[in-house]
Design a protein. Structure first.
Length: 148
């Protein structure tokens, strides 16, 4: 029986954002922070993730488990500078996954929303204090590229 060592811890953030065309609609993002960080502060990259239609924000977790293992502090050679990952944000489309449950009362009264709503949520997160001072890298798959 094999066991795996966790490589990150995560927190979920629920937020509203300006410009929403659907009153009461909320967005959810999950923040992943690697356990092995060589320096405190905002050293490294902050990834912003979006995904394909019919998935959810956690779809990236298997990839993150492998990606965050690639460069741990013990792997660094003296003087080597590797762009370590500081944080990862996966932003959920407002009518997918956990967000669909949260927004159910609102979504039963209107159409499921558009990619434009997702764009507003992504924009709000990357322009917020949560991302201030970070070196952001957007990674998207399929429909998520429209929101990025």
């Amino acid at each position: 029986m094999s066991t795996t060592t966790p490589v990150f811890h995560s927190t979920t953030v629920i937020f509203t954002y300006p410009g929403s065309t659907i009153p009461g609609l909320k967005a959810i993002a999950k923040c992943y922070v690697p356990f092995n960080q060589p320096k405190p502060g905002n050293f490294g990259l902050t990834l912003i993730l979006t995904y394909c239609i019919s998935a959810h924000k956690e779809i990236w977790e298997p990839i993150l488990e492998n990606l965050l293992k690639l460069h741990t502090p013990k792997d660094l050679l003296p003087g080597q500078q590797v762009p370590l990952i500081h944080k990862v944000w996966s932003i959920e489309w407002q009518h997918h996954g956990e967000s669909a449950i949260l927004n159910h009362p609102v979504l039963t009264k209107v159409c499921n929303g558009t990619c434009c709503e997702w764009v507003l949520a992504v924009k709000h997160l990357v322009q917020s204090k949560m991302a201030e001072g970070h070196r952001l890298v957007g990674i998207s798959h399929s429909a998520g590229a429209c929101a990025m």
